[in-house]
Design a protein around this ligand. Sequence first.
Ligand SMILES: [Fe+2]
Length: 286
Amino acid sequence: MRDFDETNITAAVLDRFAATPDPRLRQIIQSLVRHLHGFVQDVEPSFEEWQQAIGFLTSTGQMCDDKRQEFILLSDTLGVSMLVDAINHRMPEGATPTTVLGPFYVQDAPELPLGAEVGHAMKGERLHVSGQVTAVGGAPIAGALVDIWHSDEDGYYDVQRPAEENATLRARFRTDADGRFHFWTLTPTAYPVPDDGPVGDMLKATGRHPMRPAHVHFMIAASGHQTLVTHVFAEGDAYLDSDAVFGVKNALIRPFAQQAPGMAPDGTRVDVPWRSLSYDFALKPL
Ligand SMILES: [Fe+2]
């Protein structure tokens, strides 16, 4: 077949992929062709605009290295990461909702005893975090691995700080016999996603801000259950309704409650103002 024009080229390209042996790959690539052609038919780009689009994707790739993943950021800021998450986590009633992993997770954070303090070398108001891990239905899960990480009071993760500061603002804890955990850390603040690359340019050009509301990341693993990847967000944060990556769910918001100096829940005395956060997590069965 020859003489392709805007009325027949889509069908011709679909036909060219019709013999793809793997049926899932065939479905994916034909759907991509249909939607991409539909997008171009809708937008009717000029040559200059098409060139600009290719330039944008090229610089997005060039921005990536072992510490920076601009394509994940693009997926996050276009809401695609949360859409994929939603499709893959259709939750049973009572299970804690999921949200994005984000770019700052590091495997093998130090495992600390319950009650330990995280983040000595970084700055922030002290935050006491406690909660319980259960199965859907409420049965406590002993020995669940609770992995936590978050930003400091300036909105930076430990991996964004120079190595010589020896900063660690992440840890792992094991729940006790009642499925409970507690630890001290620092109060995170709202922070911008990295906006010095092409995704930042896209946000600026479209009048969007790069901010995420303050949150603590949790990854909770227990045998017989699906690993839960989620955040707990600070109640009252100014960015809850405009999170740059669309990650906020009402069920994940809790007070980071301001507390006066005095006795903390673990019986220690705190001489400065501090905050407390409590969240109970319910894991979905495998
Ligand atoms: Fe985060």
